[in-house]
Design a protein around this ligand. Sequence first.
Ligand code: SF4
Length: 321
Amino acid sequence: MSATKPHLTVKLAAPRGFCAGVVRAIDIVELALKKYGPPVYVRHEIVHNRFVVEGLEAKGAIFIDELIEAPDDRPVIFSAHGVPKSVPAEAQRRNLHFVDATCPLVSKVHREAERAHGAGKRVILIGHDGHPEVIGTLGQLPGDAVTLIEHPEDVARIDTNDGEDGSGLAYVTQTTLSVDDTSAVIDALKQRFPAITEPKAGDICYATTNRQEAVKIIAPGCEGFLVVGAPNSSNSNRLVDVAQQSGVAKAYLVQRGTDVAKLDLSGIQTLGLTAGASAPEVLVEEILDALRRDFDVTVNVEVVREENVIFNVPLELRDVV
Ligand code: SF4
């Protein structure tokens, strides 16, 4: 006689998983492989997900850390996170064929930073030190034209050579930050520099905002929350933060179904489940299958917002069928 499995209600967040920028970046690699044949070189993980990267490697993509590793006679693709200006400049100098998969919403932040710099302002970038997107955005401007901050307390160390009221300053942000944590930094900035120039619309992207909103709405009533995503994925880690800040103590980042057995899911009857913007739906299914091994699972899809954003691939790849 088999033991009865405990019942588990899974509240599956919608929207979750792939955003328009990630879909576009993966499409660019796949279309470039079709059009130009393998190998195609990709500078950095095209998106922060090993499963996606390994799938593209199997099709003939070669991932490299720096442009110097790319040969002169093969196409090279820049990742969705964006690159410092020096990278396309170097590619041009070497006459490389490059395709830029930078998400248009990251490019928008780059242009904002450039415009502010062009208007004579020093740029304050709110973001995580060392993240590829932050490296790319810092690299749009000369080093002394931009200051990186992360926390409200960092505002105190901004020097005031550009005007006590902040009239010589403008801020931009990384696209994948916590909406709530970032507004605390922005509040601190505006309190000290009331005349600081703000982006016309917020820089945190629609996908980050919607996935965090869904977690916030679903979290009450959940004793646990799983976020499918990679440890180096900023937006996935922020979803774990949001679940914890919403009162869910057992909130975990999971990469694969095999991770589920290592988690403490004791006492959980209702579990939230979402996926970061770089995590494919097939991994959400894998996690659900792993849960079904130990639980009698009921899945309730919780639709918080509809998404219909699509970004076109670059012109040179639109004729590939
Ligand atoms: S998370 Fe946002 S900024 Fe990043 S690729 Fe997706 S849509 Fe673009």
